[in-house]
Design a binder for this molecule. Structure first.
Ligand SMILES: Cc1cc2nc3c(=O)[nH]c(=O)nc-3n(C[C@H](O)[C@H](O)[C@H](O)COP(=O)(O)OP(=O)(O)OC[C@H]3O[C@@H](n4cnc5c(N)ncnc54)[C@H](O)[C@@H]3O)c2cc1C
Length: 431
């Protein structure tokens, strides 16, 4: 009996690896038949697709070195593109208005000059934040639409603390310059995006995964904290001394008996997006023109499309290329069936001039229930109530969905490491 970790995503792998370094007995239980969670991938006839876009921009030396020891890393300068009403604009669109019609440019610049002023700490929601940053016309035609597509909600339903450095706010000179000429500067919040040369994104974890004891096809369905047992779907069970969970908060709450009703309500009120991945393989090497691009038009279901073959040629057979489109819905929305989504995605990519039907040799669609957490106005209160409760019953909840935080991979990795190295690590077991 030692530490049990639920989930073999990057947070679980990191916790397991760092506990192993301390010679603690640890076993990871994973519901799927492979490791990696959202960092994982799948291969169809030699075409490898990650689950969603995935690059690493870990800033700290320790993590960068561990990832580098796992795999040789390729470096990409992020120059994504944007598709808007049949026109391609460099990213971010607000700095690169040059290809738009005069009418659109005048509307955007006029909105930018006359935008509402308000101190940032008095802004009440994301809609207001966008109007104050970009002016009404741009806000309404770009990020409002993208918010509906990517977050599945209206901008006014979101709070704003999550935005941080993620959105670029230009000054008027940059807007004007970008309206006359193509900008060569990279304005993306990370200047280099790293990706393993071989093996797909999860190869960043090869070193950490090696030697870990992971049991697959073990879906936890019930936890009894008084007897310190986890029960699995296959009828088996295990005892634990310490329990670290990377499972989504709404799911773990359902696995516990006698949960107070306010905790259940808080868990039921957490909002998140689910995502479809439409993966396409082509019989030609040069279909993908951009590492990734955003789509604003709302009749096109995909919000973002990226190219696994541009991330690394190791992701495709020789002479081929690939794309993966991401389509998101909030947990409050009615999710359309897979056949409707794949049809819309392919038809629209063809209409956009991205590819031709005759070049497609792989078509696949998959669904992930938990993609992004949604920063609605009650998120902080709801998640704190749940985290306090889990803590009080001796469950250490970590990772993107275990902390209910907008973690990038290096942050989920750091969460696993910090948890493993926590002082008094067996304290929870003695509660
Ligand atoms: C669209 C998208 C794009 C992203 N792009 C990037 C990017 O470019 N760069 C970046 O750094 N980050 C990116 N991220 C974020 C990154 O994917 C996450 O931060 C990270 O993978 C989360 O890891 P985790 O271990 O916390 O969770 P997960 O990867 O979700 O791991 C949880 C694990 O628990 C398992 N599990 C679930 N339920 C059970 C159960 N009942 N029993 C047993 N096991 C169970 C799951 O199968 C999974 O393996 C992106 C995320 C999304 C959605």
């Amino acid at each position: 009996m030692g530490t049990v970790i639920l989930g073999s995503g990057i947070a679980g792998i990191s916790a397991g690896y760092h506990l192993n370094l301390e010679k603690e007995p640890v076993i990871i239980y994973e519901k799927n038949n492979d490791w990696g969670g959202l960092c994982g991938n799948f291969t169809i006839n030699g075409f490898r697709f990650d689950k969603f876009v995935h690059f690493s921009f870990a800033p700290d030396e320790y993590t960068v070195n561990l990832f580098k020891q796992s795999s040789e890393m390729l470096e990409h300068i992020p120059f994504p593109s944007n598709y808007y009403k049949g026109i391609w604009l460099r990213h971010p669109a607000q700095n690169n208005l040059a290809p738009l019609s005069i009418e659109e440019k005048v509307n955007i610049i006029d909105g930018f000059i006359n935008k509402k002023m308000k101190p940032i700490d008095e802004i009440e929601n994301y809609e207001e934040w966008l109007r104050v940053q970009y002016g009404d016309y741009f806000a309404e035609n770009f990020p409002f639409k993208y918010t509906r597509k990517y977050w599945g909600v209206e901008a006014r339903e979101l709070e704003t603390k999550w935005v941080g450095q993620r959105m670029y706010t230009p000054d008027i000179k940059q807007v004007l310059r970008g309206a006359f000429e193509t900008q060569d500067e990279c304005f993306y919040y990370s200047k280099v995006m790293k990706y393993p040369k071989t093996g797909g994104f999860r190869s960043i974890l090869n070193k950490c995964r090696k030697g870990l004891n992971i049991e697959f096809n073990k879906e936890a369905v019930k936890i009894d904290t008084s007897s310190r047992k986890v029960f699995f779907k296959d009828g088996s069970e295990t005892k634990y001394e310490r329990l670290i969970s990377t499972l989504p908060l709404p799911e773990i709450i359902k696995m516990l008996d006698n949960v107070p009703s306010n905790i259940k309500t808080a868990a039921a009120n957490l909002m998140y997006t689910s995502g479809y991945m439409v993966s396409l393989g082509f019989n030609k090497p040069d279909i993908a023109k951009y590492l990734w691009f955003y789509i604003y038009d709302e009749d096109i279901l995909s919000s973002r499309v990226y190219s696994p073959s541009l991330k690394s040629s190791d992701n495709v057979p020789q002479g081929c290329s690939s794309l993966q489109a991401e389509i998101f819905f909030s947990n409050k929305a009615k999710i359309p069936p897979a056949d409707e989504v794949i049809k819309n995605t392919i038809e629209k990519l063809i209409n956009m001039g991205v590819c031709e039907e005759k070049d497609i040799i792989i078509k696949d669609i998959r669904f992930e229930k938990y993609a992004n957490i949604i920063f609605d106005h009650n998120i902080y209160e709801n998640r704190q109530i749940i985290l306090d409760y889990l803590n009080s019953i001796g469950i250490e909840s970590i990772g993107r969905f275990g902390k209910w935080e907008y973690f990038w991979t290096h942050q989920a990795f750091a969460d696993g490491k910090n948890t493993a190295e926590k002082e008094g690590k067996y304290a929870a077991a003695n509660n």
